[in-house]
Design a protein around this ligand. Structure first.
Ligand code: C2E
Ligand code: MG
Ligand code: MG
Length: 763
């Protein structure tokens, strides 16, 4: 795959052009994921906010409830003191002590103490011994002293008990103060968590931050400073703010992480009793455990989606990558030969041209002649195997170190980029390749002789594009349509000129046909026995109004290649019919006229019907028309049986048939046996060397054989009396050649005919 690295880069370019779509998809994915994360974060913030509000509300409620209880107790003490003062109900100290015990029991006080200004006191029955504090300390309390002045109050000593004091009025004076004592435990039950399933911690502090009472476990509150010190700057700021708020009697809430790593809320609120503040520590997960679960689940889902998408994108990338590699392989590999295809060939040439000068290289085009016969005779699979084999043999002759390479471009066509010093060297190398192919070493391919059309173009101009070079090599090969085994046509400017000319002629064809610029010339065939006119051959001429006379050699091969010859032949045929028909109507003698038929017709099996339809429009006898089939048709790939069938069809219709140009190529006498022709037209090449004994013997032999087969013989291209004399001596039937006349326009032909008739009559 290394050799395709650069090619793959080029193809990758096309993929990258598509990459922006993938980039957009990735971007959308990232945006969606970011939005999802942001959404979860927002959700978390909203939940935190509502948790804060909730905690704050709960603490406020708790503060209210605690202060209500304290106030209630205060009211109870005030009422008892009031009733004790008004009624002066006590006969003795014991009665008073019993009264206070009963009231303490009913109103949930641990003890009561009645003090007078002189330090005298009465404890509620049975409570004195239980308390750790003495009456003197109670007497000295600020709130007790204030009660002697008529104001009820509450105080707290030593983080132990709560002391409710109320004045006992005796008329307008206060002689005694009643103190209701609630123990620490009693108080603790009061501030014990009433919310959060009892899982929060409460305490009461004063405005200076001194801890007055905690619910049960002091530890968290005792460690507050430590906790907060360990906290972040944000927490420290929250504490400062809390201190300010407490000083102003305001409440608040903030979040902190305790040293054990748990998240907590600290909420504080004024108790409206003295300057006391109730503080509550709530573990965050207590409130937001449920919602946290959803938030975490959301984060989990986002994480899951992220991982899934990452895996998805990864798999997508892998599939994309492997498909890209497959596509590159498909794009640059010829599946049949498993070698380079034309695209790869072109890119490889471009790479080579970028690295080095290609002036010593040539692009060679090789096309297997009649490859379809291999397919027809041995099957398509064998044909494919053959192409694979040809590519392998070519590969063996390619020198990769010299940066030579080859590819099958399509069908049975191959391109080679080879280094060579000149045409001769290339020709030699191609001969070696073709010889090696036809040796059929190391292969199971059917052993049949393969012949190639070959064309080459030197990359002698620096900036020559590979496509142009390939086109030129292909065009050169097209000039080799009837070339010999060992000929490779090398492209030069004259080929381009020729092609241009052909293109020009091709462009003029349709219009010229409509304008009857194509003229029929007749060339007479003269009988050797009596010197009379025996017939004529219709030969076409192109008399273009601007270009002048154009001869068949300039346009017949062109129109044979592009198939237009079929229209032209039919035209020539109809023009011939018209001439004969006119002659008939003018009362002139009719003679057989031979019309040339191109091999192209044989690719259209029913072409004769078309000719017949045209013929029937003119009232002339069938035997006046003879179709000339060029010798190569009989050797062509059209198939022997097809040609035989067409000759039979001609005869069935009533036409005659001649074998034209016999002897110009690889003709064999066997053809006369095989094909039932009426006339044998011997090519002029037979008679060029008429003085040679050997040539004469061959001609004689052919004429005798034809006679035996009752085939008429016509000698073509006869120019000399020597040729005439010999042909007459061997009893050749007719002669067609310049010795009698060149092909003539009809008017001139008829003058010539008249002249001949008069001459013969006068002899
Ligand atoms: P062909 O059918 O073999 O025609 C004979 C050619 O030999 C004619 O050339 C004729 O002018 C030439 N010729 C005759 N006598 C002599 C001679 O004594 N010396 C020399 N040197 N040449 C002689 P032309 O007319 O140029 O035609 C050339 C070929 O073009 C024909 O060869 C025929 O194959 C083809 N052709 C002409 N007209 C048509 C047509 O209408 N249809 C098709 N398919 N082919 C045509
Ligand atoms: Mg002819
Ligand atoms: Mg001929």
């Amino acid at each position: 795959m290394k050799k395709y690295a650069k090619n793959s880069l080029r193809l990758s370019g096309a993929f990258i052009k598509q990459g922006w779509k993938i980039a957009i998809l990735l971007f959308i994915t990232v945006v969606i994921l970011t939005a999802a994360v942001q959404n979860a974060v927002d959700l978390r913030e909203v939940l935190d906010e509502s948790t804060t509000v909730y905690t704050s509300d709960i603490t406020r409620e708790m503060a209210k409830s605690v202060s209500d209880i304290i106030e209630l107790k205060q009211t109870d003490i005030v009422n008892i003191a009031d009733s004790m003062g008004k009624k002066n109900i006590f006969l003795n100290r014991q009665d008073a002590a019993d009264f206070m015990r009963r009231k303490a029991e009913i109103l949930d006080f641990d003890a009561m103490l009645l003090l007078d200004r002189h330090g005298d006191y009465i404890w509620s029955s049975g409570s004195e011994a239980e308390l750790e504090i003495d009456q003197q300390s109670i007497f000295d309390m600020e709130t007790v002293q204030e009660a002697f002045n008529g104001t009820a109050g509450i105080s707290y000593i030593g983080q132990q008990d709560l002391y409710y004091s109320a004045p006992v009025w005796n008329g307008q004076e206060v002689h005694q103060v009643l103190v209701g004592i609630r123990s620490k435990e009693n108080m603790q039950s009061m501030i014990a968590a009433k919310s959060f399933n009892g899982k929060c911690l409460n305490c009461i502090v004063d405005s200076k931050g001194h801890l007055l009472l905690d619910s049960e476990d002091m530890r968290p509150f005792e460690q507050l400073e430590e906790i907060f010190e360990a906290g972040s700057e944000e927490v420290r700021q929250s504490i400062v703010q809390m201190q300010k708020n407490i000083a102003q009697g305001k409440g608040g809430v903030f979040e902190f992480i305790s040293i054990d790593g748990s998240r907590n809320y600290l909420s504080y609120n004024s108790l409206y009793v003295n300057d006391w503040v109730i503080m509550t520590i709530v573990p965050a997960d207590l409130i937001s455990a449920g919602s946290d679960q959803y938030v975490f689940r959301t984060f989990g889902l986002i994480g899951g989606i992220f991982i899934t998408l990452a895996v998805f994108w990864f798999l997508l990338y892998r599939i994309y990558n492997s498909n890209r590699k497959k596509l590159i392989r498909i794009a640059f590999t010829d599946t049949l030969t498993e070698g380079m295809n034309n695209k790869a060939f072109q890119l490889k040439y471009q790479d080579a041209a970028e690295k080095q000068s290609m002036q010593e290289y040539a692009i060679v085009f090789m096309d297997v002649r009649n490859f379809k016969l291999v397919n027809e005779n041995f099957g398509v699979a064998a044909g494919n195997q053959m192409l694979h084999y040809i590519y392998q043999v070519i590969g063996r002759h390619i020198c990769r170190e010299n940066y030579e390479f080859a590819a099958r471009s399509e069908n049975d066509r191959f391109f080679l980029c080879i280094r060579a010093d000149g045409p001769k060297m290339i020709q030699n190398r191609l001969n070696e390749i073709i010889e090696d192919i036809n040796a059929f070493h190391d292969t199971d391919c059917p052993h049949c002789h393969l012949s190639f059309r070959k064309g080459a173009c030197f990359a002698d101009k620096e900036d020559m594009d590979i496509r142009t070079l390939q086109d030129r090599a292909r065009i050169a090969a097209q000039q080799d349509s009837h070339g010999t085994e060992h000929s490779c046509v090398f492209y030069d400017e004259s080929i381009t000129e020729k092609i241009k000319k052909e293109q020009e002629l091709d462009g003029l064809f349709g219009e010229s046909l409509n304008h009857h610029d194509f003229q029929i010339y007749f060339q007479p065939k003269v009988g050797l026995k009596d010197g009379r006119l025996k017939g004529a051959e219709a030969l076409i001429r192109w008399e273009h109004p601007k270009k002048g006379m154009i001869f068949p050699s300039d346009f017949i091969p062109l129109f044979e290649n592009n198939g237009k010859i079929c229209r032209l032949d039919l035209y020539a045929f109809e023009e011939t019919c018209k001439i004969l028909s006119r002659r008939k109507h003018e009362g002139k003698a009719l003679f057989p006229v031979s019309v040339n038929l191109s091999r192209q017709h044989f690719y259209h099996p029913n072409f004769l019907e078309e000719f017949d339809a045209v013929f029937r429009q003119y009232d002339i006898p069938y035997e006046m028309i003879e179709f000339e089939l060029t010798e190569s048709i009989f050797l062509d790939d059209a198939g022997i049986d097809a040609v035989k069938e067409i000759i039979e069809q001609m005869h069935r219709m009533g036409f005659r048939c001649s074998l034209d140009d016999f002897g110009s190529g690889f003709s064999s006498l066997g053809m006369l046996k095989e094909f039932d022709v009426d006339t044998l037209k011997m090519d002029r090449s037979f008679f060029l060397d008429i003085s040679s004994e050997r040539a004469r013997d061959v001609i004689k032999c052919v004429v005798e054989l034809a006679k035996k087969l009752h085939v008429k013989t016509v000698a073509e291209g006869i120019e000399t009396t020597e040729q005439i004399e010999y042909l007459r001596s061997i009893q050749c039937d007719e002669v067609q050649g310049y010795i009698f006349s060149k092909p003539l326009p009809i008017r001139e032909f008829e003058q010539w005919e008249e002249h001949l008739r008069v001459t013969i009559q006068s002899c």
